[in-house]
Design a protein around this ligand. Structure first.
Ligand SMILES: Cc1cc2nc3c(=O)[nH]c(=O)nc-3n(C[C@H](O)[C@H](O)[C@H](O)COP(=O)(O)OP(=O)(O)OC[C@H]3O[C@@H](n4cnc5c(N)ncnc54)[C@H](O)[C@@H]3O)c2cc1C
Ligand code: HEM
Length: 395
């Protein structure tokens, strides 16, 4: 437990972090990843380049400082971080390294007048407390994954059993474990991390599972990101019979079995976890399902026929595809743009639905705003983001 004095100092540095938190964590990442090249493959290079990772960590630290005297308020944040860390194999021995670089960055960015020995001391103790909490939760999650039927620890080799071109820019990989054993069944919506070696460097990325697993294999569906290292490698160099390494499924974005109508809203490749949810909900057959896919054009759209088949076979499924490049402009709006009318048409009149949303950040922000205006309660809107969750910075 932190002393009252340490708590006080940490809380009093919140305004400072709010003003300069991102500069601090950017500097921290520069230092860490320049000096500790061995950790670089764990981090997504683009998330660092765009500053998203720095913002996420700044958000985590800031949120922590605000709630230092009631850590239970961090529940949601901690769950996401723990799942992401476990998926990417963050280990207890990494924490002191990160802590050392964080404190060094505080010193170098804030300078000796602000980062006095007392401030550094308080933050050292606070970081230690947060690290202990995350390490304990991560240890539990690693143990649970290993104890689950078909589960495992660390990276497990998987062979590419099938490679299916789904659209002009999305390829699916069906992955079966080389050891021939069962695989743990993920909750619909969860992701794995894949590790591949590109130019001698092992790189890790998360991919959502895009189908319900039958307990023997997984499917991921990867969009080629222009200039993207891992997605480009998977598209160009990974074929049937090749071996990749996977960590066990993780992630707090999971289909809730609430029995309410289900509304799935995808932007682009954000459809992948929603496809697993759609299939699971259809198999369950107990709720009305709406599937909305906003995408540039039919050529880049994956799983169009699969959604049409499911809807044809199951009367409780309704769907809509909305193309940015569709020449028929609905109600005067730019084509494909999410509108209040489109959403209203898919929501139950009493708004009593669970809405799952995945897509690019700006898309998600505008959908969330429209859902709020239409009266969908915020706790019914469940999101996944294919990068560090920036909502975390909202405290
Ligand atoms: C939970 C989760 C689930 C995901 N699920 C999926 C999924 O189902 N399908 C899917 O396709 N993706 C998914 N992703 C995204 C995936 O993890 C990768 O981020 C994505 O494939 C891009 O990785 P990459 O290595 O190809 O690109 P990177 O090499 O990381 O680059 C990404 C982009 O950033 C640009 N970039 C890279 N470095 C720099 C730099 N230094 N400066 C400026 N720009 C730069 C690149 O040109 C490229 O456009 C998911 C991510 C998360 C976190
Ligand atoms: C108290 C310490 C830490 C805090 C508060 C913290 C916080 C965070 C947060 C908020 C995210 C974003 C999660 C998301 O939105 O998906 C994240 C991701 C991540 N963290 Fe940590 N973290 C800590 C320690 C560590 C350590 C010790 C490591 C190991 C090197 C680490 C490695 C990572 C990686 C690899 C990611 C994903 C990055 C990416 O997407 O590129 N973290 N962390």
């Amino acid at each position: 437990m932190l002393s009252t004095e340490h708590q006080h100092i940490v809380k009093s540095t919140v305004p400072l972090l709010e003003a300069g938190g991102e500069a601090l964590t950017s500097h921290f990442y520069d230092l860490l990843l320049t000096e500790r090249a061995d950790l670089r493959g764990m981090f997504n290079s683009a998330h660092q380049a765009t500053g998203a990772q720095a913002r996420a960590l700044a958000g985590g630290v800031l949120m922590y400082a605000k709630h230092i005297d009631r850590l239970e308020a961090l529940g949601e944040l901690a769950g996401r971080v723990v799942n992401k860390h476990v998926s990417l194999q963050v280990q207890p021995e990494h924490y002191p390294v990160v802590g050392e670089y964080l404190l060094r960055s505080i010193r170098e960015v804030l300078g000796p007048d602000v980062a006095t020995p007392a401030v550094i001391d308080a933050w050292g103790a606070a970081y230690g407390q947060l690290a202990d909490m995350l390490i304990a939760a991560e240890r539990d999650m690693y143990a649970t994954q290993a104890a689950t039927e078909g589960g495992w620890r660390g990276f497990r080799p998987f062979r590419v059993a099938a490679r299916i071109v789904e659209s002009a820019e999305i390829v699916s990989f069906h992955l079966a474990p080389v050891d021939g054993g069962p695989v743990m069944r993920p909750a619909p919506g969860q992701y794995i991390a894949i590790q591949v070696t590109v130019d001698g460097a092992p790189l890790r990325r998360n991919y959502s599972l895009s189908a319900v697993s039958d307990g023997t294999r997984y499917r991921i569906s990867v969009k080629r990101d222009p200039g993207g290292v891992v997605s480009g490698f998977l598209h160009d160099h990974v074929n049937v019979g090749d071996i990749v390494e996977l960590t066990a499924p993780a992630g707090v974005f999971q289909l809730r079995d609430a029995g309410r109508p289900l509304v799935l809203i995808a932007g682009g490749v954000g459809q992948t976890p929603l496809m697993a949810m759609l299939e699971a909900a259809v198999a369950q057959g107990t709720r009305d399902i709406r599937y909305l896919h906003f995408v540039r054009n039919p050529e880049v759209q994956a799983f169009r026929e699969r959604v049409e088949q499911l809807a044809a076979a199951h009367p409780r499924v309704r769907f809509g595809f909305f193309y940015d490049e569709d020449p028929s402009v609905p109600d005067g709006l730019p084509p494909g743009r999410v509108s209040s009318n489109v959403l209203r048409d898919m929501l139950p009149p009493d708004r009593d639905a669970d809405v799952y949303l995945v897509g690019p950040g700006a898309f998600m922000a505008s959908v969330l705003q429209l859902l709020g205006e239409l009266g969908v309660p915020p706790d019914r809107c469940i999101t996944e983001f294919f990068g560090p969750h920036q909502e975390m910075a909202i405290g």
